[in-house]
Design a protein around this ligand. Structure first.
Ligand SMILES: [Zn+2]
Length: 339
């Protein structure tokens, strides 16, 4: 258990809930955004990328109970409206977001969001919606986690130039993931295709459901309730690596596709991967041109309201190893518990 976890457990045992509220009240003008990916109960045999699991169903339930009791959860429409009209956000505003658009957002997160009446936003990579094909990083993870160990190491050495000796599959996956994020998008797609075709590998029938993505029916149902949607591009590329035509296409088309399916305007984008190297000034200016009003990074931190840069909004990452005690402390004493 980390030092932060131990400290959080002690604090959580000692202080009453009202004290969290007092601490949260001290964070004036903060606009807190949480970034989730997937909500699922998984074990160590999970066959896809376990790093995408942000919380179990129980953890997410406890987190939303805390959020609804101590914060003012806002919808993305409220945030956009306040930004455009130069209005104040309610004090203690918090925005819950999900990236990618996996089906567990509907099956597991949506019932909990409704239970606590917490609005949320899902950023969709539209190529994978209502599709049998899952996102590229989950395809890559599946190969590394499931292909014959000896053969997999050979394939990875050959394709990704990673030295696999004496490393676990998870370590290899981590290194390969770093590598594929910095190569051109077309090369990554080619490599992935080759992995499955040249090494004659396919999904096992009973594993497919783990990486299922949302369909438009589920999206429409959520859109009529407490969930809003934003773009996470078409194919989840690293935007900073695209040429001008590809960049415009990824930004503009994904927006149009979501708007056509849910019949109202989409004003926000979350950049895939979202780290400093994944988006740049060109990405920001093209996002603006495509008609987006706000852009979300995957940089960790709070935001001051009014926003200084509306196309580089920070988000706190929620990961499956964060206990409920640590979650409460993170959001109450951010400077102490968040890097
Ligand atoms: Zn993503």
């Amino acid at each position: 258990m980390s030092k932060k976890e131990i400290l959080a457990k002690c604090i959580d045992t000692l202080i009453p809930n009202s004290f969290y509220r007092y601490l949260i009240n001290l964070c004036k003008n903060d606009f807190v955004v949480l970034a989730y990916h997937r909500i699922m109960d998984v074990d160590d045999n999970y066959p896809f990328d376990i790093e995408l699991i942000s919380a179990s169903c129980k953890q997410f339930d406890e987190q939303m109970a805390f959020v609804s009791r101590n914060f003012v959860p806002v919808s993305i429409e409220q945030v956009v409206n306040c930004y455009i009209n130069n209005l104040k956000l309610p004090k203690k505003s918090i925005l819950i977001t999900f990236d990618d658009g996996f089906a567990d957002n509907y099956k597991n997160a949506f019932p909990i969001l409704k239970k606590y009446n917490v609005p949320a936003t899902i950023f969709l990579s539209t190529d994978f919606i209502s599709s049998d094909n899952t996102l590229w990083f989950d395809r890559l993870s599946y190969f590394i986690m499931n292909y014959d160990e000896g053969l997999m190491k050979g394939a990875v050495r050959e394709k990704f130039k990673v030295n696999c000796t004496a490393k676990s599959r998870r370590q290899i996956l981590e290194e390969v993931m770093e590598y594929v994020k910095i190569i051109p998008n077309s090369d990554r797609e080619k490599l992935l295709k080759e992995l499955y075709e040249v090494f004659d590998f396919s999904y096992s029938e009973n594993h497919m459901h783990y990486s299922e993505t949302l369909n438009w029916q589920q999206i429409k149902e959520m859109d009529e309730s407490c969930v809003s949607f934003g773009s996470h591009t078409l194919s989840h590329p690293i935007l900073s690596q695209l040429d001008a035509a590809e960049l415009t296409h990824e930004l503009a088309e994904s927006k149009k596709i979501i708007e056509k399916n849910i019949n109202h305007s989409i004003d926000t984008i979350a950049y895939p991967v979202g780290t400093r190297s994944a988006f740049n000034e060109e990405v920001i200016s093209e996002s603006r041109l495509a008609g987006y009003k706000l852009g979300f990074s995957y940089l960790s931190g709070a935001n001051k309201w009014p926003l200084k840069n509306e196309f580089t909004i920070n988000r706190y990452h929620i990961e499956r190893y964060i206990s409920t005690s640590l979650f409460k402390c993170m959001l109450s004493v951010q400077k102490l518990f968040l890097r």
